[in-house]
Design a binder for this molecule. Structure first.
Ligand code: PAZ
Length: 346
C-alpha cells in the first residue's frame, strides 16, 4: 500500500481573511460550561477542512491495514500563542519547546503505535529534534570533502540510527504531523481530530502534553492592526484584558472522544506542594484515566502518574541522568501498559 503524500500547512501567518467580526456578541468571562460559546464566537482556521481530510485518510489507511489492532495515539505538543492583534505582530507565548511531545512520539512509534502529532509549528519534531534547536547548528554536522558536502563521520553513527527510525515511520505512514500556532487553531484542530478518532474506540490513546494558554483575547476584542505606542492610559501603561480559555478537557472527555478511549492529560506546576493535589483534582473533575504531573524545574527527570487508585513516581536515577537517558523512555512503556490493561478490561 503506498502511503499518501502529505501537504505542508503553515499556521503561523495571521489569518487576515478572518478579520474581526464586530457583529459577534460580547464574549463573557469563561466558566467551565463555556466551551460551546467559544466555538460559536470564534471562527475555525480556514485550512481546517484540509487537515480533516488528511486525518481521515490517515485513520482509514491504518484501519485498512489492521482493523482490529490499529492503535493510534494523538500526541499534542508545544505551547499555544495568544495573538494581541489580528495582523499579529505581538503575542503571548509560553516556555514549552515540545521536548516532551516529540520525544514521547518517538517511543510510541517504536512500540507500534501510529502517531498524530498535533504540534506548535516550528517546535521540536520527532527525529529531527536530535539535530535541531540544539547548540550545534545543523551545518556543524557536515564537512566539506572534494568540493562536496558530507556528514561529519563523528556524527554519522548517531545520525544513521535516528535516520533509520525516521525513515521507517515515514515509509510506513505511521506519523502524521499537524501544526497549530494560536490557541484558537489548537482548540478547533484538537476537537476535529478527537471526533475523527472516535471510530478507533478503545484503540485510541490521547496524550495531551501541549502547554495550552489559560488566557486569551476573544476575537471580538482583538485589534485589527498593530497596537500603537500611543494606546496607553493616563499612567503610561498599556492595559491588556485577557479572558479565561474554557477548560476543554471536560468536553473532550464527555463529547469529543469515544467513551472507550484512553485519555492522558498533563498537569504542570511550579510549586511541588500542590502538584499531587492539582493532578488528583483534574482526574476527579474530568473523569478521565490518567494525569501525569510534572514540575517545571524537574520535568526532565521526574514525573508522577496519578490514577484513580495510585500515585506512581517515575524518576531517572543518577546513573541514567549521567547517561542522558530520556525520561520518556520510562514513561511511554508505563502509559502503554495502562492502555493495554484498559483495552483488555473494558
Ligand atoms: O515542551 P516541554 O518538554 O518543554 O514541556 C512539557 C510540558 C511541561 C509542557 C508538559 O509535560 C506538560 O506538563 N504539559 C501540560 C501543561 C499544563 O497545561 O499544565
Amino acid at each position: 500500500m503506498t502511503p499518501p503524500q502529505h501537504k505542508n500547512f503553515h499556521t503561523s501567518n495571521p489569518e487576515t481573511s478572518a478579520a474581526i467580526d464586530r457583529s459577534l456578541p460580547e464574549f463573557a468571562a469563561a466558566e467551565v460550561s463555556d466551551e460551546d460559546t467559544f466555538f460559536k464566537n470564534h471562527s475555525p482556521p480556514n485550512y481546517l477542512p484540509e487537515i480533516e481530510s488528511e486525518v481521515e485518510e490517515f485513520i482509514k489507511f491504518h484501519l485498512n491495514r489492521d482493523k482490529e489492532n490499529a492503535k493510534i495515539v494523538l500526541v499534542t505538543s508545544g505551547g499555544t500563542t495568544v495573538p494581541l492583534e489580528n495582523n499579529t505582530v505581538r503575542f503571548i507565548d509560553n516556555f514549552s519547546a515540545g521536548t516532551r511531545g516529540a520525544t514521547s512520539a518517538e517511543y510510541f512509534l517504536e512500540s507500534g503505535y501510529s502517531v498524530i502529532f498535533l504540534h506548535r509549528e516550528f517546535s521540536l519534531l520527532p527525529y529531527s529534534r536530535h539535530f535541531s534547536h540544539s547548540t550545534n547548528c545543523f551545518l556543524d554536522y557536515m564537512i566539506e570533502k572534494d568540493n562536496k558536502i558530507e556528514i561529519n563521520p563523528k556524527f554519522s553513527n548517531e545520525m544513521l540510527k535516528v535516520y533509520k527510525k525516521y525513515h521507517k515511520a515515514e515509509s510506513e505512514n505511521n506519523l502524521l504531523l499537524i501544526p497549530f500556532t494560536t490557541v484558537n487553531q489548537y482548540l478547533y484542530t484538537l476537537k476535529s481530530i478527537c471526533e475523527k478518532l472516535q471510530i478507533l474506540q478503545k484503540n485510541a490513546l490521547f496524550y495531551l502534553a501541549a502547554a495550552v494558554s489559560d488566557f486569551f483575547i476573544p476575537q471580538y476584542r482583538l485589534p485589527q492592526h498593530k497596537i500603537q505606542s500611543s494606546n496607553i492610559n493616563h499612567d503610561g501603561e498599556l492595559v491588556i484584558r485577557l479572558n479565561q480559555v474554557p477548560k476543554f478537557l471536560s468536553r473532550l472527555v464527555d463529547n469529543w472522544t469515544n467513551t472507550r478511549a484512553y485519555i492522558v492529560s498533563f498537569k504542570l506546576e511550579t510549586d511541588e506542594g500542590i502538584l499531587i493535589k492539582k493532578s488528583k483534582s483534574a482526574l476527579e473533575r474530568y473523569h478521565h484515566q490518567l494525569v501525569i504531573g510534572n514540575l517545571l524545574q524537574t520535568r526532565k527527570t521526574e514525573v508522577v502518574f496519578v490514577t484513580k487508585d495510585n500515585e506512581d513516581w517515575v524518576k531517572l536515577n543518577d546513573e541514567e541522568i549521567a547517561n542522558n537517558v530520556e525520561i520518556e523512555s520510562l514513561m511511554i512503556p508505563q502509559v502503554i501498559k495502562l492502555h493495554d490493561k484498559w483495552i483488555k478490561d473494558i
